[in-house]
Design a binder for this molecule. Structure first.
Ligand code: CP3
Length: 370
């Protein structure tokens, strides 16, 4: 862990979040709830015909950058599924543009950064002063918050989730540059820079944290109840490397968001061995992937954290009885303890039957009493 980052993280004074009104926020704070809150990673995406209808006329970035459309996509998914929270429709890579990094989404290949960041000079050239340009995400959140201002028929307010990437995962996209999706890579260039160029790595982490704190601030001011930090590819790191090179920066990001009075969910994939270190960031909730049994994962992050997860997204392709048994398995492992938010272990994939996603919501509502 970098000394600078430890000192900076230690100097932040956390503010106790207000006990939230909604079932979802109460779950994040490990407060008792009437039943387990539920939402899904990638709940607005290509598996959903309503999203594909919008996508036919607009690129992914157009949807993200047009508050009316981003809000509509966010609202439609949450209402169609009947979930307890809506995650704003945006993408992890949006902050790259004001930082001065061009990227695009190439069909079938995922994001591609045209000039990957590989040297101290390139890190020095990254801008941190143009985060206002990301304001379209905050405008979309305002629209979603206005839409969901009134309580739902069951009296509960819908939670609104803003999000950003974590330093490691964003650095990975900046340095590797594409072309495969993140999980397939070995992160050779990223680790080369991390191991060999301390000045470049520290400056890059610091710049990413600066931009993300400003971006999260905009989202919170616009009405986000909770911020989720996605560290999707953190599982590529050993515990020792995560602790030495990333934990301090991630802790700083988490603590500075928490200091604004909202709970933070910190999520990664293939994290079984990293969970105690992830819990050390002080995040309110740790997102678990499906590989670790929920009770084992919860024990690893420690009793001071809530957990989110962790059904295998591919279980949504299973026959009804198998899927139902797997939903029960997750709920049983949670044991009705306050602080479990039902979700998948990673995002819904294209081709997933929408009716199975809705079935899962209904089962959680039926059996997820606490
Ligand atoms: O409903 C929601 O979950 C909100 C929307 C959302 C998107 N991206 C829209 C999107 C969210 C939360 C993200 C975050 C994101 N983006 C992550 C973290 C989440 C995770 O899965 O771990 C990551 C790693 C990215 C970067 C990214 N964006 C990749 C790797 C891809 C390609 C994925 C693929 O399967 O092709 C994207 C594109 C993207 N972002 C899509 C959506 C709905 C699919 C492409 C499309 O609609 O054209």
């Amino acid at each position: 862990m970098s000394d600078v980052s430890v000192e900076r993280a230690a100097s932040i004074q956390p503010v106790e979040p207000m006990a939230g009104e909604s079932r979802f926020v109460r779950g994040c704070l490990r407060l008792p709830v009437d039943r387990t809150p539920v939402w899904f990673l990638r709940q607005a995406g290509r598996y959903m015909p309503e999203y594909m209808a919008v996508r036919k006329h607009h690129s992914l970035l157009e949807i993200c950058r047009t508050p009316e459309i981003a809000a509509e996509v966010t609202i439609t998914a949450a209402e169609r599924l009947g979930v307890d929270a809506a995650i704003i429709f945006a993408d992890l890579l949006l902050p790259f543009t004001p930082m001065g990094l061009d990227f695009e989404f190439v069909a079938g290949e995922g994001p591609v950064v045209h000039t990957p960041v590989r040297s101290l000079e390139q890190v020095q050239a990254l801008r941190t002063d143009r985060t206002d340009e990301l304001n379209y995400v905050a405008r979309a959140i305002e629209k979603v918050a206005t839409h969901f201002a009134a309580p739902r028929p069951d009296g509960d307010a819908l939670g609104i989730i803003g999000f950003c990437g974590a330093p490691w995962t964003l650095a990975g996209y900046m340095i590797e540059g594409g072309k495969q999706s993140g999980g397939d890579r070995n992160y050779i260039e990223t680790k080369k820079l991390m191991y060999s160029n301390k000045a470049a790595w520290s400056l890059l982490m610091e710049k990413i944290v600066t931009v993300l704190v400003a971006y999260a601030t905009q989202q919170i001011e616009a009405g986000a109840d909770v911020i989720q930090v996605f560290d999707s590819w953190v599982g590529k790191l050993s515990v020792a490397d995560y602790t030495q090179y990333c934990l301090g920066w991630t802790t700083e990001l988490v603590q500075r968001i928490k200091a604004m009075g909202v709970p933070v969910i910190y999520f990664g994939v293939e994290t079984a061995s990293l969970l105690p270190a992830m819990g050390a960031t002080g995040a309110d909730v740790i997102g678990l992937d499906w590989r670790v049994p929920l009770d084992v994962g919860w024990k690893a992050v420690g009793p001071g954290c809530a957990v989110q997860g962790n059904l295998d997204p591919i279980a949504l392709f299973a026959p009804e009885d198998v899927l139902k048994a797997k939903v029960h398995e997750v709920l049983t492992a949670a044991g009705g303890r306050p602080g479990h938010i039902f979700n998948l272990g990673h995002g819904i994939v294209p081709g997933t039957p929408v009716e199975n996603v809705i079935r899962v919501v209904e089962w959680v509502k039926e059996f997820g009493a606490q």
